[in-house]
Write a protein that binds this ligand. Sequence first.
Ligand code: 9MR
Length: 373
Amino acid sequence: MKIKWHLSALVILSILAGSMAGRAETLRQAAERIGLLVGTAVNPALFSNPEYARTLAREFNMVEPENVMKWRVTEPAKGKFNFGPGDQVVAFAGAHGMKVRGHNLLWGKFNPEWLTRGQFTPRELRQMMKQHIQTVARHYRGEVFAWDVVNEAFDSDGRLSHSIWLDRPGIGLARQGTAYIAQAFRWAHQADPHALLFYNDYAAEGIDAKSNAIYAMVKKFKQEGIPIDGVGLQLHVVSSRALPRGMAANIRRLAKLGVEVQITEMDVALPIDSNGTASASELSRQAKIYAKVARTCAAIPACTAFQTWGFTDRYSWLPAYTMGKKGAALLLNADYRPKPAYDAVIDAFRQALQRDRQIKERRIRFEQSVSER
Ligand code: 9MR
């Protein structure tokens, strides 16, 4: 009788604990012990799915809308703002004690057609850029703690990408390099003086032409008093390629300029079969890649957040983007079960604490030094 009771209790317990049975702590708990934000991109249309919502609230202490704070959604017609979906993200975060990272105020791509096809003059564009940045940043004042103010403005060779804001036709600063980016940061700061303001980009995590250009920009902004607080390193990586060299050195040199670094969009794309499944060896290769990035970030006080671009393989931008060739890129599989990468990231956070018992305090101190700028 007793044995039977124990058995059924065990069965019930493991059903309750679901896929997390046997694990000592969640990602969120492990991150909090080292003062790190652990986040994910989210889609508020999925909050009504109980498994999505439950997993999200349990595993993360930060969320970032994957799409709903982008220009196309927030200003779908000129001067008409739509904050509904973004507000849902803020409400979810509030209900579960999570922070909200805003993404993004300005980007040269994926803008609404009324804007890209509008044939506006530089003067008009300047006015629209200011209005957009300030209306959105003001709406979320006190709710979004950090903004990607400008997203993906550089080419891989370190030159500024052509865009509607820079030179097509631009806001009137076409031959002045990063001046339009500086302007975006000034306007965002006016609208929300307390939000941390980030420049965010991909393939700029190691030391190369692109990250050098970003470094040079941040240095210049700091010298000129342009309000920049951080650099977002996206970390969209592919399992078949080695991680960029010099990531720790890149983070450290940015930190010396007095800015935070956040890993903002990590995923590790694997080759998948027609069911979306990756091989066991690919999954373990993926775990190693995640571990390396998580270890690097967790150990450096200036690295204040580790975020992935979604959390379940069920919803990832990659399969659609690669026409079914790549996917399985996140920490949980399509059934919300933890993958080797999930355990590897928790282990990385734990190791950071074992190696440096003061890491949490150091991170908090670094954050304070940035917000006191
Ligand atoms: O994952 C996002 C996808 O759903 C959108 O269609 C796309 C265009 O808005 O943006 C994707 O997210 C990108 C992010 O905003 C910036 N860095 C690269 C991300 C993946 O493409």
